[in-house]
Design a protein around this ligand. Sequence first.
Ligand code: PMV
Length: 360
Amino acid sequence: MEEISTIRSAEFLPDLAEYTLIQSAKVSQEAPSNIALVKYWGKKEIQIPTNSSLSFTLTKAKTKTEVGIEKKSGEGFEVVVYFEGNQNEKFKEKILKFFERIHPFVPFLQSYRFEIHTENTFPHSSGIASSASGFAALALCLVEIEILLGADFSPQKKQLKSSFLARLGSGSACRSVYKGLVYWGENPNIKGSNKRFAIEAPFEVAPVFKTFRDTILLIEEGQKKVSSTAGHALMENHPYRDRRFELAEENILKFQEIFKNGDLKAFVALVEQEALGLHSLMMTSSPPYLLMSTNTLVAINLIWEYRRQTDLPLCFTLDAGANLHLLYPESCQEEVGEFVKEMLAPLCSDKKYIEDTICW
Ligand code: PMV
């Protein structure tokens, strides 16, 4: 692996002399959603995280995006966006903002009219964040177009640039261009770490983790109560800020050990500590937010009781919302499946949950 920790943004600037502006082209890419084990919460500048994060990439929950380009003249961006077959102005706004940001690194954006078709494999407004998979899929498409125009990228550079661009759309999106266990941030003990893009976590991973599943309980569907941007901003003056940032780095190193030695008990404890830690940061911010719902708490208590009774390595994690992700190895899939169907599904909106796996 090339020494990537020294790569700076300037290295993603394209060499314009290399490019030939073709008349038109169409590319399509897909990217999965990811679930953080160590949470990214707090940022500086444009999506520069204040602490490292670590995530699992999912398999089924994905965004599929097709980008068509047609050469145009004149300045400015021309974009039409279709979400699940219908023109979508809200997504267009977001993509225009993204284009503004990434323009120095993708200079052909003003030379083409873009027609973007995007769809998710998970239900619309199910409460699963689509910004990570969405920006990752779009960034992968743009890098694919750059290659069609003549950019000479090694497979590694292609992934790094996609991750770098995706990050400028939504921070956690930079982790969605990789499979398996993904690291994003800067930690002196992690080789290749860099805040500008994610990398495959350079960790030894015990075989049991390669069988992990993620069952997502759709406890509350619909829009988030607090946007990620507003949430990250709450960390700026947070009373626990400094200790949280140190703790996240400590937890990354603890996970490194856990993944190496396959210690499921320690995994379960640390995953839940991070999830509840994220929510306690929200509850103690100014203004405070309570993003878990009553049924989230009921489910957590049932999971704890179930674990006390069965001793199975089933744990939960949470994003900035009420939905729970249940993580467990395949070996307990049958028992956990029964438990979810009987005890946890009734707590979900329309009894809905999604059964996914971690993609390696
Ligand atoms: O990528 P953003 O800005 O939507 O932030 C994601 C924040 C969390 O989902 C709460 C944690 C994470 O690391 O994914």
